[in-house]
Design a binder for this molecule. Structure first.
Ligand code: SF4
Length: 435
């Protein structure tokens, strides 16, 4: 047993001790995601061979760019992979959320990049590799990583076609979301950041991927919501034309996924006909009251009951196993409008898991990151105990209904999972009770 005096490591060790039916890798991953990562100057001086954060959609940072004194926004890797260390961890892939105040420090120890928490060594660190296709031409004068970034250790191409969301116009954006405010700060900081990516840019970038890459197995087409119209088109028409163009040019080259709103049955059919295989109509948070507080725009335009009914109907189009709505794990514990009590939050969220999983639909979750430029603002994330209980609730419900591992997420299980923004893929198949 490793002992320490710090409250940060004490909290981690207490949860590792208490949740023996979860892999240590998953518990550490959730804690790193909720607290963010601090990088020493040395750890940011590694000059080549890794892919820095592309800011593929939101910031997923716990501070604004202007507070990054060491240019972490330009130098920190997209993801880290840790292994060995005091807990002899299997390789664990974790998305990088910058937080210079985080107790989790990536630093050089005896010449090796290492993740530390107080006096604990949590393992050697690798940085997200640069895919071969990144070495090729610019697209329209823009880095290829701006048009077609890759995440999940090279597995997932992330195509944010529209980097703004019209819910911000009426101040009815999802309260955890910093899409538009991030766009503004990135432009201000001088990053090449494209409001609306053209189909031609995307196809040109995908040509390079097609030619030079063998790692990516899936792509996600997404962007902000269209409330009125975008360049004269509805949300459905806007995103359909990208799906059609990509799947016509590269049929079956990658698993095709789309994150858009909960569309009608007929519009889902159009999306399926355009070649999209996996549909992500993200409900973000469970429960009518909480949904209205967290997603006021979606509540006004579509409404909670209608949203979840559309998710269920979409399974007639895509097949239940291909409808994978996301929720933002932990946002239901936010300080302003959330539950005060961990078990109440878990019980509400589990109701949603039961609702969907009993119908063969597998919701997945990302770990809430309280981004300072989101409406909820800077605050502490939900406690680690909450995330351990959430992982167990997700896993138990998933096993109860004997559901298949979600398609389009790569391999499941500790040591293999590449999904980097929560540990739900890491816990699949974990059967042990640790000593
Ligand atoms: S729908 Fe919500 S989460 Fe999605 S981009 Fe708009 S505000 Fe953000």
């Amino acid at each position: 047993m490793i002992t320490t005096n710090s409250t940060f490591s004490e909290t981690l060790l207490k949860n590792i001790e208490e949740f023996r039916n979860l892999p240590v890798e998953a518990i550490i991953k959730q804690d790193v995601l909720r607290r963010g990562l601090n990088f020493s100057e040395d750890a940011l001086k590694i000059v080549s061979g890794y892919k820095p954060k592309d800011y593929f959609i939101f910031t997923f940072d716990l501070v604004e760019l202007k507070e990054m004194k060491n240019q972490e926004n330009l130098k920190a890797p997209e993801e880290i992979r840790i292994k060995n260390g005091d807990f002899r961890l299997l390789p664990t892939t974790i998305s990088v959320r910058i937080n210079p105040e985080s107790p989790y420090l990536v630093t050089l120890c005896e010449g090796k990049i290492t993740l530390t928490l107080d006096k604990m060594n949590l393992g050697e660190v690798e940085y997200h590799p640069v895919p071969d296709y990144y070495r090729h031409e610019k697209i329209n004068g823009k880095p290829i990583g701006e048009i077609c970034p890759v995440i999940e250790w090279g597995y997932l191409l992330y195509l944010t076609a529209y980097r703004m969301c019209q819910y911000f116009d009426g101040k009815e954006q999802c309260q955890f979301c910093d899409l538009n405010t991030n766009f503004i700060q990135q432009r201000k900081a001088g990053r090449t950041y494209t409001g609306i990516k053209s189909i031609e840019e995307i196809l040109e970038a995908l040509n390079y991927v097609n030619e030079f890459d063998t790692t990516a197995k899936a792509y996600t087409l997404t962007g902000g919501s269209v409330v009125t119209d975008l360049q004269g088109e509805s949300e459905v028409d806007f995103y359909l034309k990208y799906a059609e163009a990509i799947n016509n040019k590269f049929p079956n080259r990658w698993i095709s996924k789309a994150v858009v709103q909960a569309w009608t049955f007929e519009d889902c059919q159009k999306l399926k006909n355009a070649g999209v295989e996996i549909y992500h109509p993200n409900y973000e948070v469970w429960g009518k009251e909480m949904f209205a507080k967290i997603c006021p725009g979606k509540e006004r335009l579509i409404g909670f009951e209608n949203w979840i009914e559309r998710v269920v109907r979409a399974s007639e189009v895509f097949g239940a196993e291909n409808v994978i709505p996301n929720f933002v794990g932990g946002v239901e514990m936010n300080k302003q409008t959330g539950f005060q009590n961990i078990d109440e939050a878990i019980s509400s969220t589990t109701e949603g898991l039961e609702f969907f999983m009993s119908k063969g639909i597998v919701p997945r979750f990302t770990t809430w990151c309280p981004e300072p430029l989101a409406a909820l603002g800077h605050q502490e994330s939900a406690p680690l105990e909450y995330f351990c209980k959430l992982l167990l609730a997700w896993k138990n419900t998933f096993e109860k209904y004997k559901l298949p591992s979600p398609k389009g997420y790569g391999e499941a299980g500790i040591g293999k999972a590449v999904f980097s923004v929560s540990a739900f893929m890491d816990v699949i198949g974990f059967k042990e009770i640790r000593n």
